[in-house]
Design a protein around this ligand. Structure first.
Ligand code: GLU
Length: 394
């Protein structure tokens, strides 16, 4: 045998968010005083009533395979949420419950992409998109945005990027890593381009509950419900209910796409975990005030982090309106540190010298920046800012 690994396996990079976050957690476990601003993982514990729903599921023996696409109870709760919050109507055949939002995305890419199909990915992008697209044979078409344009794509830029091979656009608002949030007017204009080009859209809405400055969340279908047949919504329990380790997320979309994705899931993992499905069904009914308290807490931390970073000479910051990341241009600091020429080197330096874990912008398509997640508590954020401000004094 000449070659063991498939070509596919060889082109896929490891997820750097998971790698750095694991390294930071390991250093902490070894007693090293690391400040962890790496993975986007809310620091709140999963609410007790959700845990209790899972305990009850275990005690009642709800521990067997479920239907491939998810149990009726959780599908009904998802349908109800979308009806109540976004005035969108779905039937159970249009809902797929998967092992996390990431898995839902993977199932959708597997269901709609053929080799050579292009996928427009606005950059800076969540680092897993390009690799996930490649894993399904697709070709990422990176569409750069600028800080001056609030890291958003314009309808003209989108129209100019689309070719006869373009199948899909990925929209992620609020965005990981920039925290940019599209307005209803901007989305309406983009919907026009999508409709004219006849492409599909994946609307990755996992940060929907975390929008700041009195703004509201809006997605493509809320402004253009007539294009439901072209839009697949992705959502997850990980961020909203602080349940990343439960691995539970879902997709809603056109019946043909969801049916195909469900078949794929059925052959790959059978179904999502039965206990996590029960927990999600309960989580979807969580008191809105609790989620609002998470949001308020993140907004306070955003303010603290933004003000602190803005005050540091050499760091250029973009104020995020949503999600829980601050994407800062630190490229002017590279030359101040021996041997550092890029964001990877700078993040290594921050971790080794200052015990600050952050994610290099290179992984998100923008090497001038690094990403800090502000899900850490306020004391950690203050200490991190203090350490960062000392780099310049060296
Ligand atoms: N989406 C989160 C992040 O970007 C979680 C880690 C991951 O799956 O990438 O930090």
């Amino acid at each position: 045998m000449e070659r063991i690994l498939s070509e596919r396996a060889q082109i896929i990079k490891p997820s750097i968010t998971l790698a750095i976050s694991a390294k930071a957690k390991k250093m902490r476990a070894e007693g090293i005083d690391v400040l962890n601003f790496s993975a986007g993982e809310p620091d709140f514990d999963t609410p007790d009533s959700i845990k209790q729903a899972a305990v009850t599921a275990i005690e009642e023996g709800f521990t067997k395979y479920t239907a491939a696409g998810g149990i009726s109870e959780v599908k009904a709760a998802i349908i109800e949420k979308y009806h109540a919050e976004q005035n969108l109507s779905y039937n159970p055949e249009q809902v797929l419950v998967s092992n996390g939002g990431k898995h839902a995305l993977h199932n959708i890419f597997q269901a709609v992409l053929d080799p050579g199909d292009e996928v427009v990915i606005p950059s800076p992008y969540w680092l897993s998109y390009p690799d996930m697209v490649k894993l399904s044979g697709g070709v990422p078409l990176i569409l750069n945005t600028r800080l001056e344009d609030n890291y958003k794509i314009s309808p003209d830029a989108l129209a100019g990027a689309i070719t006869s091979k373009t199948k899909l656009l990925i929209l992620n608002s609020p965005s990981n890593p920039t925290g940019a949030v599209y307005t209803a007017r901007e989305l309406t204009a983009l919907a026009g381009v999508v409709e004219a080009a006849g492409i599909l859209v994946v609307s990755d809405d996992v940060y929907e509950k975390f929008v700041y400055d009195g703004k509201s969340f809006v997605n493509l279908l809320m402004v253009a419900p007539h294009i439901t047949e072209s839009v697949i919504i992705i959502n997850s329990a990980s961020k909203t209910y602080s349940m990343p380790g439960w691995r539970i997320g879902y997709a809603l979309g056109p019946e043909a796409v969801i049916r195909a994705a469900t078949r794929i899931q059925g052959q790959a993992t059978s179904c999502a975990g039965s206990i996590s499905q029960k927990a999600l069904a309960h989580a979807l009914k969580t008191d809105a005030n609790l989620i609002e308290s998470f949001r308020q807490s993140f907004e306070k931390r955003r303010d603290l982090m933004f003000e602190g970073l803005t005050a540091i000479d050499g760091i250029r910051t973009f104020k995020p309106t949503g999600a829980f990341y601050l994407f800062a241009d630190v490229s002017r600091l590279y030359e101040k540190v021996d041997g550092v020429t890029d964001s990877v080197g700078f993040c290594d330096y921050l971790l080794e010298k200052w015990r600050i874990a952050s994610i290099p912008g290179q992984a998100f398509g923008e090497d001038r920046c690094i990403r800090f997640s502000f899900v850490a508590d306020e004391t950690t954020i203050r200490e991190g800012l203090l350490r960062l401000s000392q780099i310049l004094i060296l």
